[in-house]
Design a protein around this ligand. Structure first.
Ligand code: ZN
Ligand code: ZN
Length: 721
């Protein structure tokens, strides 16, 4: 190869051609360093005929600098990158960057220097040094990572290195991982589980593309079931990817995996240390990594020989990325399996309507686990009509729910209260002048967090101390909290059951894998009587003595009015209900609502999932919504309000006129201000068969925008804010 075309890591530039020095052997997929102006840039050698580019005379081509010492990206992965960029209207370079997501993996020595406390004291102790030394007990990482951990500057730590307080440790970053063994501890499966497992095992062995929808009720043992095809892939020396929605909460999964296979899987998520990231990336690319458990970003890693993909809790909306490349990992996982010619399993107790429809139409093969494992029964579900049986003034739990909580505490059983609202109260206002605390960067109220005495924005991370007096009228002691968050519900439980041990489980309280593990251990050890939690507690947990689930406000999710509000409410409540009665004692679920007649609430109470999905399917069909029609969004934003408005108007003014394609807007987005940027939206609704992506590309290609304007396209959007 004398002349090559590269995808270069600059989203603003298209592919560029380079020449290859005589002593360098590159192939398609090779990752190289090339000159770009005075700089160096990373690029991937690509098939010329798949990337239209300007043809430059051979004499004018600049040579590639360097071939990086990693395996070339395989053709299957190159096709996935192309498909993702094309489908989601994203630059190829932006998608390719997700593959090469460990800079350290691509070059450099195989050892690196980390630091840890040596045990000696600095000659001069400063408050910052004391803070750092306290925070770094038992830690070992790079200077930058330690600085972040201790919240001090690099300089403070370098001072400690010079004094010998922090000592360097050479770490071999590519050391081998412990091996998982397919036969380590084979389980006793039920007949249903066996039937499902052997069907997938057959396809793993045959190495065919088959998309499975594993539809099993909560507590049916889906994980144990799909562990058998995982074992089959291990026996065939092929890699497995398991995608999980909340990687911070995988502790329980990791434990089950380790007891089944004798070694932990490789974990991939965004907060890995750079050494762990590099080690995992290289093991994945070399084929040494056997099983990778990860968040959605693990989907784009360069597996050497993938044999199976599992998407667990496949209905979860956290598989949809809402920034950068706006892809849905559940859908891309199916495409990856197709390119790799391997099976993919979408596992859920409450599948997405889109997935069910694919199963109905025969595109996905449906496998069912209709009953709970070990003879446990599904919980009884009752609605509590808050308009007929309201809580006491200033409280949020109805008398029946209070009674049930007391009953469980007497019996020494556990309860779980679910409210999908972090913090103490969603809104704080001044009772004297009516002032409401609003985020300066977003169209959102600030949420009071009483544990930390702060007001926080859940969209941009802004936070401030809760003042003693109103900042508007100056009146002291005039601020009131409106509505409940989980912290407030926990306070109420404390008043009702003073002797109960209560745990609040949210992304604020369980924000590290360690804290999550401690919570699980306490709940399993029955050191907790009542758990009050957000959507974080709706999935994965298995506490056999938990027999009561209370849904504090079932109507909350229905208020947003977005397309999937009813489906999401159904999934959340069915999932959290599924935490009850997983052991030998039967479970009970009490749902507080003001609208017991709403179809989603009625279906939950009747335990009639099919009725809910059937009604929802007809509603979607009528509205031309997915899976029957398609949505796409164009989001225009700028820090300058006028600039955003003008750009949105320019896009709106050049809208194409196409039959069966409806274009709504531009209109200010529901979140008209987000992280300091003013936002406008256009919404496109089209038939399933319409080439929405082509239409949008052609349309936007003709327009130019000022530098400060960002225009992003969201295909199959989940968020309408
Ligand atoms: Zn006031
Ligand atoms: Zn904000």
């Amino acid at each position: 190869m004398k002349r090559v075309r590269l995808i270069i890591f600059n989203a603003a530039l298209g592919p560029l051609d380079y020449s290859v020095p005589d002593d360098m052997a590159v192939e398609y997929g090779s990752v190289v360093v090339a000159p770009l102006g005075p700089r160096q840039i990373i690029g991937i050698v690509w098939e010329e005929d798949r990337l239209p580019g300007e043809s430059v005379a051979a004499s004018k081509l600049r040579p590639i600098f360097e071939l990086l010492p990693i395996p070339p990206l395989r053709a299957e992965l190159r096709r996935l990158i192309e498909w993702t960029a094309d489908y989601y209207c994203a630059p190829l370079a932006a998608v390719a960057r997700m593959v090469l997501s460990s800079g350290g993996a691509m070059r450099g020595p195989t050892t690196m220097t980390e630091y840890r406390l040596s045990g000696s004291e600095p000659a001069r102790m400063t408050p910052q040094r004391a803070v750092a030394m306290d925070a770094l007990q038992g830690e070992q990482a790079t200077i930058r990572e330690l600085a972040e951990l201790a919240s001090v500057s690099d300089g403070v730590l370098r001072g400690l290195v010079n004094q010998g307080v922090l000592e360097p440790v050479e770490v071999n970053i590519d050391r081998a991982y412990p091996k998982a063994q397919a036969d380590y501890d084979e389980p006793q499966l039920s007949d249903d589980q066996n039937t499902v497992a052997s069907r997938i095992v057959d396809v793993v062995e045959a190495r065919e593309f088959v998309p499975f929808l594993l539809d099993g009720v909560t507590g049916s043992g889906k994980t144990e079931t799909y562990f058998e095809p995982v074992a089959a892939a291990l026996r065939g020396n092929r890699q497995v990817l398991v995608l999980l929605p909340e990687i911070a909460l995988t502790e329980a999964f990791l434990k089950r995996f380790e007891s089944r296979f004798g070694a932990a899987p490789i974990v991939w998520h965004s907060s890995l240390k750079s050494t762990e990231r590099r080690r995992a990336w290289r093991a994945i690319a070399s084929g040494e990594a056997q099983v990778v458990v990860g968040a959605r970003s693990a989907l784009f890693l360069p597996y050497a020989s993938l044999g199976l993909i599992i998407v667990d809790e496949a209905h979860e909306i956290s598989f949809k990325q809402d920034e950068g490349v706006r892809y849905n990992a559940r859908d891309v996982a199916v495409m990856r399996a197709r390119f790799e010619k391997i099976p993919v399993v979408l596992a859920s107790a409450t599948p997405a309507l889109e997935s069910l429809q694919m199963a109905e139409s025969g595109v996905y093969e449906r496998l069912e686990l209709p009953s709970r494992f070990g003879g446990a029964t599904l919980p009884a579900i009752t609605t509590l009509n808050l308009t007929q049986s309201p809580p006491e003034r200033g409280r949020w739990l109805a008398p029946e729910l209070v009674e049930a909580l007391q009953d469980r505490l007497t019996k020494n059983e556990q309860s779980l209260l679910f409210l999908n609202r972090r913090g103490y109260a969603p809104l704080t206002l001044c009772r004297h002048c009516g002032h409401r605390f609003e985020c300066p960067n977003c169209t959102a109220w600030l949420v009071e967090h009483r544990f930390t005495s702060r007001l926080a924005c859940h969209h941009c991370g802004y936070d401030a101390v809760l003042p003693d007096a109103c900042p508007d009228c100056g009146e002291a002691d005039s601020l009131v909290a409106c509505g409940p968050g989980v912290e407030r519900i926990a306070d109420e439980v404390k008043e009702i059951l003073p002797e109960a041990r209560i745990a609040v489980a949210t992304s604020d309280t369980l924000n590290t894998p360690e804290k999550a593990a401690e919570f699980v251990a306490q709940a399993e050890g029955k050191a907790i009587d009542v758990i009050v939690g957000t959507q974080l507690v709706t999935k994965g947990f298995h506490f056999p003595d938990l027999t009561l689930v209370g849904v504090v406000d079932a109507d909350l999710g229905l208020e947003g009015g977005d397309l999937r509000a009813a489906e999401r409410t159904y999934q959340q409540i069915a999932q959290v209900a599924g935490r009850a009665g997983r052991g030998s004692k039967p479970g009970e679920v009490l749902i507080q609502t003001r609208h017991p007649e709403a179809s989603v609430i009625a279906a939950l109470e009747a335990g009639d999932r099919d009725a809910f999905y059937a009604a929802e399917t007809e509603a979607r069909r009528g509205a031309g919504a997915p899976p029957f029609g398609r949505w796409a969004a164009i989001i225009v934003s700028s820090e300058d309000e006028n600039e955003a408005k003008e750009a949105a108007r320019a896009i709106g003014g050049t809208r194409p006129n196409i039959r069966d394609v409806m274009i709504l807007g531009p209109a200010p987005a529901p979140m008209a201000l987000l992280r300091g940027r003013y936002r406008y939206r256009l919404l496109i609704n089209a038939r399933r068969s319409a080439q929405v992506q082509d239409i949008i590309r052609k349309w936007l290609d003709t327009l130019d925008f000022p530098r400060g304007v960002r225009v992003s396209v969201d295909i199959d959007p989940y968020s309408f804010v």
